[in-house]
Design a protein. Structure first.
Length: 290
């Protein structure tokens, strides 16, 4: 886990260096700003191409299996739990996200975002006994579940090909996942809580382009896997959509698939953690160009 954090912090230095280099170039060779003209209909969306601030609504379906091993009566215990089938998690649910794309120069830009979403579930009569950590939820009791899944990202992108209509290029950065799970039962008088904060370094490719009359597309593919000693994590993020830009206004609709897995600790031993998660669904965006 410390190695993942160190890699993530190292990655954050790259966009700062690019930004500093851009300032140096501008200071060495100042260029006059051209007179701003309103774009013709065919070129809608090209007059404000330095960045976009977006608000996203994601109708995110959630599927996950997890296992948290703890000790009860000096013996390790833990059940692999399917959160939808066994705990009746209500899905899909709304996920809200804020995004910022900003060009540092023609071919260099940064991306930052924060996403919040939460799920809940309720089982009146548990079908089978569930063991999570050092807690035991016997069969035939009620269980209420709440899950919060937040994500913060910071990327730097270099675009070998770029103009006012868009560009394409690789990016690298770091994602921070905050995972908070709570299960409780009134009948069994039990409560289990688990909180995780995971920094994950990410590599990917992103492209966006305006065809004409403000209509365009965007696509992003990112992922990475890392392991160190008894910790392994993997992450994949695929997203594509259609966009419309007109002067300051941005709107879009797309689809996103997000997958992340974590396994940490010795299998079957106290403190072992494992979960596999998939989120998929339609995405709607509105925002401002600048």
């Amino acid at each position: 886990m410390k190695q993942l954090t160190a890699i993530g912090l190292l990655i954050l230095v790259v966009p700062l260096l690019a930004w500093a280099q851009n300032l140096t170039d501008k200071a060495a060779k100042p260029t006059p700003s051209p007179e701003k003209k309103s774009a013709a209909p065919l070129d809608w969306g090209t007059d404000f191409w330095h960045g976009t601030i977006r608000g996203n609504f994601w109708n995110a379906d959630y599927a996950s299996k997890f296992k948290f091993v703890g000790e009860a009566n000096d013996e390790p215990q833990g059940t692999t739990v399917d959160i939808r089938d066994m705990l009746k998690l209500e899905t899909p649910a709304s996920a809200w996200e804020g995004e910022l794309w900003a060009r540092l120069s023609k071919r260099n830009r940064i991306f930052a975002s924060y996403m919040f979403n939460s799920y809940s579930g309720h089982v009146d009569i548990l079908d089978e006994q569930i063991e999570v950590g050092d807690k035991t939820f016997p069969a035939h009791v009620d269980v209420r579940t709440s899950l919060t899944n937040n994500r913060a990202t910071l990327f730097y992108q270099f675009m070998p090909w770029a103009n006012e209509r868009g560009g394409i290029g690789p990016f690298l950065g770091v994602e921070f996942f905050q995972y908070m799970l709570e299960m409780k039962s009134n009948a069994a008088d039990e409560k289990f809580e688990q909180k995780l904060l995971l920094p994950i370094p990410v590599l990917g490719l992103e492209a966006d382009y305006i065809f004409g009359y403000g209509l365009g597309f965007w696509a992003k593919a990112a992922g990475i896997g890392a392991s160190y000693q008894t910790v392994s994590a993997s992450y994949f993020d695929l997203e594509a959509g259609l966009s419309f830009k007109w002067k300051l206004l941005f709107a879009g609709v797309g689809y996103r698939w997000l997958m992340y897995n974590l396994e940490a600790g010795e299998k079957g031993e106290d403190g072992y953690v494992k979960f596999d998660t998939d989120q998929t669904g339609l995405l709607a965006s509105v925002g401002l160009n600048f």
